[in-house]
Design a protein around this ligand. Structure first.
Ligand SMILES: Nc1ncnc2c1ncn2[C@@H]1O[C@H](COP(=O)(O)OP(=O)(O)OP(=O)(O)O)[C@@H](O)[C@H]1O
Ligand SMILES: [Mg+2]
Length: 232
């Protein structure tokens, strides 16, 4: 469905992504795990064309390599950025409305109703400024805002960052629920255990290169993964 072939990203002299190839199949949750600075965000930004990249990115057979970010979003590949990137002075409702800026106006109201059912806390806080929400609530809003754009593939960058274990487990259920509705998810995380508990398939990235890939059950048995990523 979504395919990367030999994708490379450089910032000046720094090569952040060094020839990454990966796939997200329809209906899958795919994980990309790695330490600080491994190149995870750069991979997502390469998919969304937010950074200059070489190699090939394609989605449902369409070549995205030369597509703009706006075109990619229109095709249903939507990113939830690291750090949530909400509009903090705007209300929860206004953030959701902005997520639907490409949708036909008559569908916005129904979309918001659906988000309020899926995330009841956002309904309670609809009139509140987004910047006043807790970290967990902000992550919910960032995901809901992306869902307002009706993604086919949701790219989620470090959703667990700074959240309590309880909120991390809530978030896991949110991602499962999104996937159960037929949306594929590519989740990027330092929290390897979280990803392994969710994903159908996972990639491990180190210094801009994929060093291991497989089903979580198989990766969990790998001694390198156990010591470097799971601390066991
Ligand atoms: N705009 C930029 N300019 C220069 N170097 C950058 C830029 N963005 C990222 N880098 C560098 O590229 C490398 C990969 O960064 P990236 O943000 O993709 O990693 P990451 O795995 O998402 O890290 P983190 O877990 O901290 O979010 C790092 O060495 C980083 O310092
Ligand atoms: Mg990052």
């Amino acid at each position: 469905m979504l395919s990367l072939e030999d994708v490379r990203v450089s910032y000046g002299g720094v090569q952040a992504v060094r020839g990454v190839s990966m796939k997200v199949e329809p209906g899958q949750v795919v994980g990309l795990v790695g330490a600080n600075g491994a190149g995870k965000t750069s991979v997502l930004n390469a998919i969304s064309s937010l950074v200059p990249r070489t190699g090939r990115v394609s989605f449902e057979g369409k070549d995205f390599t030369r597509s703009s970010t706006a075109e990619i979003v229109r095709h249903g590949v939507i990113q939830v950025a690291q750090g949530r990137q909400l509009f903090p002075d705007m209300t929860v409702l206004e953030n959701l409305e902005l997520g639907a800026f490409l949708q036909p106006p008559q569908q916005v109201k129904g979309g918001i109703e659906k988000m309020f059912v899926q995330f009841p806390v956002l309904k309670e806080r609809a009139a509140q400024q987004a910047g006043t929400l807790s970290g967990g609530e902000q992550q919910m809003l960032a995901m809901a805002r992306a869902l307002m754009g009706r993604p086919r593939v949701l790219l989620v960058d470090e959703p667990c960052l700074g959240l309590s274990p309880k909120m991390v487990s809530v978030l896991g259920n949110v991602i499962r629920q999104i996937n159960a509705e037929g949306i594929s998810v590519l989740v990027v995380e330092q929290n390897t255990a979280f990803v392994f508990g969710l994903a159908h398939y996972a990639y491990v990235i180190e210094n801009g290169s994929v060093v291991l890939e497989g089903e979580p059950a198989q990766l969990q048995r790998d001694d390198r993964v156990r010591s470097a990523y799971l601390g066991i």
